[in-house]
Design a protein around this ligand. Structure first.
Ligand SMILES: *[C@@H]1O[C@H](CO)[C@@H](O)[C@H](O)[C@H]1NC(C)=O
Length: 426
């Protein structure tokens, strides 16, 4: 039963797969020889013409989404893919042809080239000024600033706005509006109380990162001159700063940025107020201990709020002789901030000075302090009239005499912001 079943299945297999005859084996042998000959022929044909390989590889790469590249040197056998990889596997990644040899890792390379592009585009617009927080002490800073180039970078001259403040900048939003859209034409430096925390300022603020290393300042004392020189020296380190304006937190601009910029850049003179005054608030503050270097006839007075050229700023930060005399002999009763720079300018570079200030101040009430303007004092007509006067500009008379004004109480801000377009032009 079992044998019978085995025989039946064997017969079925034979019926399906009959044993090979001599004839069919010979047939298969001939076919094998023929196929082998064909393979040998094809390979010899392909080897004799490398270009055929290359054209196959290019046509296959056109199906991929990878960026197409120009073919590699077809005579270089090392870049040739095998017939198998060309026909069955996806095309090889494009060789790094746009990259100078030897090619570094592709990720660091793309980052590198990205930076290069960014730098190139950035230099066409403006170069961000170096951080105001230089970390130098006064001695190192002043020494460095006294050695800077006297002529500023011609291509992108800037006005340095030096804010000498007691604490914060309550009128900051007005200044933000003033500076908006004029990036690359100004630099800002702020000297505040050393305990003031400027890190809370948003990165979008023009005052962000513009606070310089500061020391305690006592109003009317010599520490004020030290702070002014600290501001000037820091600003001098940026070779594109050409003009330097000193302002307080109570100052406002009286006109738009472009007018201020052109007025300062086109002026042949500095605007340091210098005058000779008799009486106890003038010559009366002179000390005979300053002889023989400073005579009473040379003693001058003027507003602390200056605007000066680069050359003069370098002279001021480089001065040791007069600075030391004032530090020693101009003690309370004598206010160095009203005498040191005016006297120095009169003695050293009077001819390149206009002798007037650009900062409007109301002294009409008299006394040691100017009028402080409150909210209701601010009117469009009032602001407009503050620019007006009768003064000299580059040897000609003009009625535009003031570009800045003080002193404005913090509660004037909302009115100033509302009136700025109509009264100040921005
Ligand atoms: C300013 O004063 C100086 C003297 O300190 C004088 O030489 C100069 O001519 C004055 N400048 C102007 C514009 O009047």
């Amino acid at each position: 039963m079992k044998n019978n079943q085995q025989r039946v299945s064997a017969e079925a297999i034979y019926a399906q797969f009959p044993p090979l005859s001599i004839n069919s084996i010979f047939h298969m042998f001939l076919m094998f020889i023929g196929f082998g000959l064909l393979v040998v022929l094809v390979f010899s044909q392909l080897n004799s013409s490398n270009y055929n390989f290359q054209s196959i590889s290019i046509s296959s790469s056109t199906f991929s989404l990878l960026p197409s590249t120009t073919p590699t040197n077809p005579t270089n056998p090392t870049t040739l893919p095998s017939l198998e990889s060309t026909l069955s596997s996806p095309p090889p990644p494009p060789p790094p042809l746009l990259v100078p040899p030897p090619p570094p890792a592709s990720s660091s390379l793309s980052q590198e080239s990205k930076n290069r592009v960014n730098n190139g585009a950035g230099s066409k617009e403006f170069v961000k000024p170096p951080s105001a927080n230089h970390g130098m002490d006064d001695k190192v800073l002043l020494h460095k600033a006294s050695k800077v180039p006297r002529v500023s970078q011609q291509a992108s001259k800037k006005v340095a706005f030096l804010f000498l403040t007691k604490w914060d900048l309550p009128l900051g939003p007005l200044w933000e509006k003033f500076f908006k859209g004029h990036e690359g034409k100004y630099s800002i430096y702020v000297h505040s109380d050393p305990s003031f925390d400027a890190t809370a300022l948003p990165a979008s603020s023009v005052f962000h990162d513009r606070y310089i290393p500061s020391k305690k300042v006592k109003w009317g004392e010599f520490s004020m001159i030290e702070a002014e020189r600290r501001l000037l020296a820091t600003a001098l380190l940026d070779v594109s700063n050409e003009r330097f304006v000193l302002l307080s937190e109570a100052c406002i601009p009286l006109t738009d940025f472009s007018t201020v910029y052109n007025y300062l850049m086109s002026s042949s003179k500095s605007f340091v107020e210098v005058y000779d005054q008799a009486g106890h608030v003038g010559r009366g503050r002179y000390s005979y201990r300053m002889r023989p270097h400073i005579q009473i006839e040379q003693w001058r007075k003027g507003s602390q709020w200056f605007e000066m050229k680069r050359e003069l700023a370098i002279e001021i930060v480089s001065d040791v002789k007069y600075y030391t005399l004032f530090k020693r002999h101009c003690k309370p009763g004598c206010y160095a901030d009203e005498h040191y720079i005016p006297t120095y300018v009169h003695m050293k570079s009077g001819r390149s000075n206009s002798n007037r200030t650009l900062t409007w101040t109301d002294w009409s009430r008299g006394g040691p302090h100017p009028l402080k303007l409150l909210r209701t004092d601010v009117t469009i007509e009032g602001l407009k009239s503050m620019r007006q006067g009768n003064c000299e500009y580059n040897g000609r008379s003009t009625d535009v005499c003031y570009l800045f004004a003080r002193k404005f109480h913090p509660n004037t801000l909302d009115r100033l912001l509302r009136f700025s377009k109509g009264a100040l032009g921005f």
